[in-house]
Design a protein around this ligand. Sequence first.
Ligand code: 5AD
Length: 341
Amino acid sequence: MQDLIHKLESTNNLQRSEYKSLLLCDDKYLHERASTTREKIFGNKIYMRGLIEFTNYCKCDCYYCGLRHSNKTVQRYRYTKEQILECCAHGHELGFRTFVLQGGEDSFFTDEILVDIIQSIKTGYPDCAITISLGERSLESLKLLRVAGADRYLLRQETSSANHYSQLHPPNMNLKSRQDCLWNLKSLGFQVGCGFMVGTPGQTLDHIVDDFLFIKELDPAMVGIGPFIPHSETPFAGEKRGNLALTLNIVAILRLMKPNLLLPSTTALGNIHPKGREMGVLAGANVVMPNLSSPETQGKYQLYDNKSHIGDKPAQFRDRIAKQMAAIGCEVVVSRGDYAE
Ligand code: 5AD
């Protein structure tokens, strides 16, 4: 196995069968090499992003997601521009220099409304980066957001197999338009984040390798990887959750494939194991995303069951994560944490 790890480290690439062996390996050496690679590029610094979950309305009906349109048990909410700016003000005081505006696909937030919000944040906090995570939007719309000052965009492809994509989404959604949107984002000069869940129903090792190949081609700045966790009010309520070891191996492989990649140790990873976030960093992740949303709405933004730390204040969130990182010799820094080619 060490030969394969060295090969990946020196060439950033493997054959399909080699990727598959590495995905299943239980050699801690993989994580060690990934962690060393992270340290070579970023030292012991971990970038922090402030997550603002500003709307839980969603017109999509993805089979895995608790915010899906058909889930009538969700109490829906949306923030006003003032509420979003309050989150930014508080976040800035706490040392955040990236704000991630995340929400469902909510038609209330027209281009005009979003442009105004983005411009106001940029005027108030010119030293901060803005990341948008609002699902698929048209090229024209994305262009307006980019011109208004949005720096980055997160849109997970979820899978890179059209067939598997259709097992996870209703017929009105398709992989082609998801991937087109990612390419549009790149062409507009966004720092793009893609990614996928680990252990979604029907996912095979070949699908994961297909994701690696897509990521090679897209060459994104960020990749978000987290285990699938079932939500009781979705068609996947009875499905098994994703595997921790496999998730960590994927993080480690991505670090070795693209050493300078921004790789979050995701909330979902922290959710399936008390030390999940730390394990993510020790497998090569270098970004954490504490929640800046108001404690009142956190419980209403449940993509999966048993989201942890609902009701925590942003300062508590940040402090807890900073402590977790310090315990493994890492330091959460005040920085935009841009992608460097
Ligand atoms: N479990 C884990 N991750 C989920 N996401 C959505 N639903 C779930 C779930 N049940 C992820 C998707 C989406 C991101 C915002 O959250 O990958 O792109």
